[in-house]
Write a protein that binds this ligand. Structure first.
Ligand code: HEC
Ligand code: HEC
Ligand code: HEC
Ligand code: HEC
Ligand code: HEC
Length: 170
């Protein structure tokens, strides 16, 4: 009897442990509607800001609209090839319902322009090596969610930028 109890407790702990890891990432992995590939576009010579139009000059970097994809991808044309999942949205004239994964909490203020243009910080510092990514982002990839506030505060301390609570929480 005690043996069975121990097994039940062990299973319970495993399940709970898994739940805590997942919840610390802010939910389970996400499957994006199109198997987007960053590397293919960077290798073709595109800049980040060509699609994320606010990344240098705005607060929000933004996710591109389907009309941006349609500039190059025409279903039926051999190059660049247009996979079926992308062709579906282009033919239907529908927006691709991407799930935006990089999002701070509502009480936090963050400006891309301030960090990218004024401070000259590379995207990779906060988002990892996107240039080499061949699959879409899933939830687990967001460093600021895993590190929480420390990602911001550690760098601010190092760079002698304000760590006043109200600079970020407004
Ligand atoms: C400036 C032109 C251009 C734009 C704009 C563009 N693409 Fe592409 N795309 C390419 C090129 C070039 C390739 C790689 C060549 C090939 O595989 O035929 C590619 C490849 C792809 C692939 C296939 C990658 C693979 O793994 O084989 C997908 C999926 C894709 N693009 C999605 C998108 C989406 C979604 C958008 C809009 C957000 C977009 N593209 C915007 C040029 C573009
Ligand atoms: C100092 C850290 C940092 C740097 C550098 C940075 N980002 Fe971000 N990025 C964030 C944070 C934090 C968020 C979430 C923002 C929010 O919730 O408003 C975010 C969100 C995003 C998003 C999601 C869409 C959106 O509008 O918020 C995209 C796309 C993005 N960043 C692209 C980029 C690109 C491209 C670069 C480089 C040109 C870049 N980021 C540089 C921290 C950074
Ligand atoms: C051809 C358009 C295009 C280019 C160029 C591009 N991206 Fe993206 N990016 C996308 C699309 C579409 C998504 C949504 C699908 C995904 O997660 O991969 C995305 C997603 C992202 C996200 C996650 C957004 C979120 O919160 O879900 C980040 C961060 C990001 N890109 C950074 C970059 C960086 C850094 C570069 C340059 C090295 C870059 N992107 C170049 C189209 C592009
Ligand atoms: C890699 C270093 C780095 C990271 C990571 C970083 N920052 Fe910053 N941040 C800076 C620098 C440098 C400046 C000063 C930019 C300037 O104005 O010249 C700054 C400025 C700011 C400001 C303006 C401060 C003021 O004086 O009003 C805010 C707000 C801010 N950051 C919020 C954030 C948040 C929120 C995060 C995390 C999501 C973050 N930062 C992550 C380096 C960083
Ligand atoms: C450089 C920016 C920055 C500064 C300075 C900062 N914070 Fe934060 N804080 C953040 C970010 C970003 C998050 C959200 C992290 C996440 O996504 O889970 C956060 C989260 C929090 C949370 C958790 C709230 C929640 O929703 O879970 C508390 C509490 C908090 N901060 C308090 C403070 C206090 C108190 C100070 C001053 C001593 C401070 N912060 C200074 C950026 C900052």
């Amino acid at each position: 009897m005690p043996k069975i109890l121990a097994v039940i407790v062990l299973i319970g702990m495993t399940v709970m442990g898994g739940w805590f890891i997942v919840s610390a990432w802010g939910g389970g992995p996400v499957k994006q509607p199109v198997a987007y590939n960053h590397k293919a576009h960077i290798d073709a010579g595109m800049e980040c800001a060509a699609c994320h139009t606010g990344a240098e000059e705005g607060t929000h970097a933004g996710i591109p609209l389907t009309e941006k994809c349609a500039l190059c991808h025409k279903p039926g044309r051999p190059y660049p090839k247009t996979p079926d999942d992308l062709a579906f949205f282009l033919k239907a004239g529908k927006e691709i319902p991407w799930t935006q994964l990089h999002r701070t909490r509502r009480h936090v203020y963050f400006s891309h322009q301030r960090h990218v243009t004024l401070a000259g910080i590379d995207c990779a510092k906060c988002h990892g090596d996107v240039k080499k990514k061949t699959t879409p982002f899933d939830r687990a990839a967001f460093p600021a969610r895993q590190a929480g506030m420390n990602l911001c505060v550690d760098c601010h301390r190092k760079e002698k930028v304000t760590t006043d609570c109200l600079a970020c929480h407004r």
